[in-house]
Design a protein around this ligand. Structure first.
Ligand code: ZN
Length: 177
């Protein structure tokens, strides 16, 4: 759970970071930024600020804003019926993104102490670099020292079905007093 004030502050910080990118966004869009603490109640360490720009039955486009060193917890996008699961491309717009995917472990990486992870193959993205994630494969990522703004282009988003490694994670953010 996070407080209403923390939610509002996170939203404003995310809007400020987006403002530094030069990406054109309307005030109406900026008002739609959603803050996710993933139920862990430690937004500074684990969470994401997400602006959904397009969410159709076929495709989705989002901007994900991370504060400095903030971790988006490990998850996969599972198959649903005949749908193989969301395929996603992440493209760094601002800052540095430390992305971790399945595969050969990268030596010397720093894993978070606040949420469990299993993917250990590191891909570092700086502005203009992107990586593609196959459906149903585990991934998590973290911003560098200046935070990060990341484009997510994907097939149909099925966020509520996402499978998180951390059993404590809840996809819905509860906002308290
Ligand atoms: Zn994902």
């Amino acid at each position: 759970m996070i407080t209403q004030m923390a939610y509002r502050e996170a939203k404003q910080r995310a809007a400020d970071l987006l403002g530094q990118t030069g990406v054109s966004l309307t005030q109406d869009e900026l008002a739609q930024i959603a803050v996710a603490d993933f139920g862990l109640g430690d937004l500074e360490k684990v969470g994401a600020q997400i602006l959904t720009l397009l969410d159709s039955p076929e495709i989705a486009a989002k901007l994900i804003v991370l504060f400095p060193w903030q971790v988006l917890p490990e998850h996969r996008h599972p198959p649903l019926g005949s749908y193989p699961g969301k395929a996603e491309a992440l493209r760094c717009e601002f800052g540095t993104v430390y992305l971790y995917v399945e595969g050969v472990p990268t030596p010397g990486i720093q894993v978070p102490d606040c949420t469990p992870t299993t993917a250990r193959h590191e891909v570092i993205l700086t502005p203009g670099q992107q990586a593609t994630l196959a459906p149903n494969t585990f991934h998590w990522f973290r911003a560098g020292a200046h935070g990060a703004v990341i484009w997510s282009f994907s097939s149909r988003a099925t966020d509520v079905a996402d499978v998180f490694t951390d059993p404590v994670v809840r996809r819905d953010t509860v906002v308290g007093e």
